[in-house]
Design a binder for this molecule. Structure first.
Ligand code: SAM
Length: 332
């Protein structure tokens, strides 16, 4: 992320959450407020961008006779993605809208965004039932929990920690929308690569003696490995024993062009958006790495576990994102 530039990926994820809330039934995760956090200009820009990048798909769908020739002409990386997400029945792609719709379902980003949010908030509800009273959202982006879940807000102190540039844009948008900021919501601007999470939290209303629940979604991929480990170490140091941290991560195959799944090609192109995905973990050694930081790995969901939990019975064409894993760890 640029030093003074708000996160582009946070806006894309918001678009995905809003799209799911507006178009899908049943919903895996209902973020009915997400759409408000995008400006009309952003929504129109993303619609156009997704349509443009799917024009080839639409073109192929509407001109079936030439499809095999076009497929031959596609650069290799597009061809792999196309083969992974193109519908078997090209009649399904009959208009620009249906091309966008198909893409949102077949591409892994939306499925990843809604399943990790669902997993985390289900666990949070359980944790609140067991007495957790602090919720820290690391790299919150356009997360709407504080406005969407008033009953839980009454029981929790919530800390939105994010890069100062992204948080400034979000706060401006909240002001434009005239949303009232709950008294139990606290904004803590932190750049994980340059500032200390523990110190910034201690300077806020955060109480290191109270059991906490930390959410770190859609962020680890973008940080240097040493920053991820240092941040998790600080979570373990600043939260009492029994506190929880949930984060998602990519496995190391996601960064290997020879091993990455066809639907994971976007990890390799992320630098084109100005936010490069650079770090992953080996799922088989994660528990050792976390133990060294003072965290016990309680659950480590693989893409096939996530598929079984959220997608196998869903009628939409959604599938867990290859290479994306969900980890739930507890402070020792
Ligand atoms: C893809 S968004 C994830 C948003 C949200 N957590 C979600 O799952 O929808 C990535 C978030 O990471 C934050 N981020 C990226 N690099 C960061 C850094 N160095 N320090 C703090 N936050 C960072 C961005 O500001 C952005 O909010």
């Amino acid at each position: 992320m640029g030093k003074n530039k708000s996160s582009y990926s946070a806006s894309i994820i918001t678009y995905c959450r809003a799209y799911h809330a507006m178009h899908d039934e049943p919903k895996i995760f209902d973020d009915f407020l997400a759409g408000h956090l995008l400006t009309d200009e952003q929504r129109t820009k993303f619609d156009a961008m997704i349509y443009k990048s799917n024009k080839a798909l639409y073109y192929i769908g509407s001109r079936k006779t030439f499809s095999s020739i076009i497929k031959l002409l596609l650069p290799r990386r597009f061809k792999r993605t196309f083969e992974a997400i193109a519908p078997k029945d090209l009649n399904l792609i009959s208009s620009p809208t249906s091309a966008v719709d198909w893409y949102m379902h077949a591409h892994g980003a939306l499925a990843l965004a809604v399943s990790r949010a669902r997993y985390t908030e289900d666990n949070l509800v359980e944790a609140v039932g067991k007495g957790v009273r602090q919720y820290v959202i690391l790299g919150a982006g356009m997360d709407t929990f504080a406005f969407r879940c008033p009953a839980l807000m009454d029981k929790l102190q919530v800390f939105e920690v994010d890069h100062p540039a992204t948080q400034t844009v979000k706060r401006q948008r909240i002001t434009e929308l005239s949303w009232e900021i709950p008294q139990t919501l606290h904004f803590v601007p932190v750049d994980f690569t340059h500032q200390r999470l523990d110190e910034e939290l201690k300077n806020s209303w955060y109480d290191p003696k109270i059991l906490g629940f930390f959410n770190w979604l859609g962020v680890t991929y973008y940080l240097p490995r040493e920053t991820i480990l240092a941040t998790l170490r600080k979570v373990a140091a600043i939260a009492p024993k029994g506190s929880t941290v949930i984060f998602d991560y990519l496995d190391t195959d996601a960064f290997d062009p020879a091993k990455v799944a066809p639907r994971g090609q976007w990890f390799l192109w992320s630098h084109k958006t100005g936010e490069t995905m650079k770090s992953g973990f080996d799922p088989s050694t994660l528990s050792h790495e976390l133990a060294a930081l003072g965290l016990r790995l309680e659950e480590n969901l693989s893409p096939s576990d996530i598929e079984k939990l959220y997608f196998q019975d869903h009628p939409g064409n959604y599938h867990a994102q290859e290479h994306a894993h969900f980890a739930c760890a507890v402070v020792e």
